[in-house]
Design a protein around this ligand. Structure first.
Ligand code: ADP
Ligand code: TRP
Length: 320
């Protein structure tokens, strides 16, 4: 099965990105044809500092590789290395009713938060549709917030196919229920735009500080704690199997421990889970040229597929 997903290069990757998208990609890369890319054109739609965008793109590439995306198995590139996606974006715009974009949650949320309502922000879902349809992806692993974008992609593809025949594969979102929305330090959805993230590659001390900041209730020490609805528990459970979760629940209920104890435990879980990835990150950070070469190799594989697809699309819509 062909699986595709992208992550914007708009800042440092966090635990929400990891469980919502990256971990699913890692699980899928052995038995599927995985396409993973860094959505650096998409990053132009938000409030990112453009002087950092080049470095951020390479940093996200390093993070992907460090977390285990294997370019021998997976086609891995930066979006801007395959320009065909912009041509398809324009062509798909013809099949995108204004009303479809006007209903976009992401656009509405971001403008409500004060991000300038630019055309890039508005038409962002059309570029995302182009990313997916250009490569005939069948499944797209994402977090819950991206489901509407996948629905838009399907609508656009169906409209196009109704006019021109079965040119595009109709994709489906792949959302893992247990990790659909990872909470941030304030309990809201973890997101760069809410400044409530726990980054994957933090130093140990700042990581503990971040964990200490997680909002919990004010049950006094010595009393049993409620784990349901507790943000520290919710985050810790992402790293645990069923048996370990049951043990943790019992510890919460025992009344023997306070919130501080569980915050330390959470830090340990995060720190251990990403230990190997941290070592690989050190290697790739010292070998950026190798990272660029890997991206270039991936881009040439992606481009071969994209240019064939565009010949078919151009022909269908009468572009010489
Ligand atoms: P952010 O909200 O921090 O800007 P992105 O929009 O770049 O994150 O998200 C990249 C990927 O990570 C998407 O597939 C998205 O669904 C997933 N993701 C981001 N935050 C979370 C979260 N808190 N829980 C689950 N998945 C998430
Ligand atoms: N919009 C996605 C996000 O913010 C990133 C993205 C861009 C994407 N193109 C994609 C995800 C194609 C999956 C498939 O997270």
């Amino acid at each position: 099965m062909r699986v595709l997903s992208g992550i914007q290069s708009s800042g440092k990757l966090h635990i929400g990105n990891y469980f919502g998208a990256i971990n699913q990609m890692l699980k899928l890369q052995d038995d599927n044809e995985l396409f993973a890319f860094i959505a650096n054109y998409h990053a132009l739609s938000g409030g990112v500092d453009l002087s950092e965008l080049k470095d951020n793109t390479i940093d996200v590439a390093i993070d992907f590789l460090s977390l285990g995306i294997d370019p021998k198995k997976t086609v891995f590139w930066a979006q801007s290395q395959v320009k065909e996606v912009l041509e398809l974006y324009w062509i798909l715009s013809r099949y995108t009713p204004m009303g479809l974009l006007e209903r976009g949650h992401s656009y509405k949320d971001k403008t409500a938060k004060g991000i300038t309502a630019s055309h890039a922000l508005f038409s962002y879902p059309v570029l995302m549709a182009a990313d997916i349809l250009l490569y005939d992806a069948e499944k797209v692993p994402v977090g819950k917030d991206q489901i509407q974008h996948l629905e838009m992609t399907r609508d656009i593809a169906i409209k196009f196919n109704n006019e021109h025949g079965d040119i595009f594969t109709i994709p489906e979102a792949l959302v893992e229920k247990s990790v659909a929305t990872v909470p941030g330090t304030d309990g809201a959805k973890m997101s760069k735009s809410y400044k409530n993230t726990i980054e994957i590659f933090m130093e140990e001390k700042p990581l503990q500080k971040k964990c200490n900041k997680i909002i919990t209730d004010s049950t006094p020490l010595g009393e049993p704690l409620e784990y349901e609805g507790n943000n520290v528990y919710a985050l810790a459970s992402l790293f645990l199997n069923e048996e370990q979760k049951a043990e943790l629940q019992a510890d919460y209920k025992s009344g023997k421990y306070g919130h501080g104890h569980f915050k330390k435990y959470l830090k340990e879980l995060i720190w251990e889970h990403f230990r190997d990835a941290r070592e690989r990150k050190e290697y790739y950070t010292a070998h950026k040229e190798e990272v660029k070469e890997l991206l270039a190799e991936g881009a040439s594989k992606a481009k071969a597929i994209a240019s064939k697809k565009m010949e078919i699309v151009r022909d269908a819509v009468g572009i010489i």
